[in-house]
Design a protein around this ligand. Structure first.
Ligand code: 5GP
Ligand code: ZN
Length: 112
């Protein structure tokens, strides 16, 4: 499958790993938008939140569960933001569900 995050998970594209377990992989965003900017993804390919179903919800749950661990690993003791972009209007550029963890500073723009 021609998916950049599947390739990162498989080790075919190098990445700066922050955390990994059986279900989840977390790595630094190549183009950071904050002092800390990490992406957390399931190891299975799911396109976005829009394609979550009974079959894959467990994999997505594992990602959510890993987020506080990843944040702790990154030293984000003063809070952070979690974002997942969906589809065209959401500005999603990589079609493998991912949760951005942003922090390490007071984040500037607050849309919600
Ligand atoms: P999206 O725009 O889909 O919500 O987020 C995709 C994110 O993936 C972007 O922030 C982009 O910088 C990051 N990204 C795209 N390609 C790569 C890559 O090859 N390696 C890493 N580490 N991040 C990537
Ligand atoms: Zn993928």
């Amino acid at each position: 499958m021609d998916c950049v995050f599947c390739k990162i998970i498989n080790g075919d594209i190098p990445s700066a790993k922050v955390y990994e377990n059986e279900y989840v992989y977390a790595f630094k965003d190549i183009n950071p938008n904050a002092k800390v900017h990490v992406l957390v993804v399931p190891k299975v390919h799911i396109e976005s939140i829009d394609s979550v179903d009974e079959e894959n919800i467990e994999a997505v749950s594992q990602v959510i569960k890993a987020i506080p661990t990843v944040a702790k690993e990154c030293g984000l003791s003063n809070g952070y933001r979690v974002i997942t972009n969906v589809g065209e209007d959401g500005g999603q550029t990589v079609k493998h569900i991912h949760f951005h963890i942003l922090g390490g500073e007071k984040l500037p723009v607050k849309l919600a």
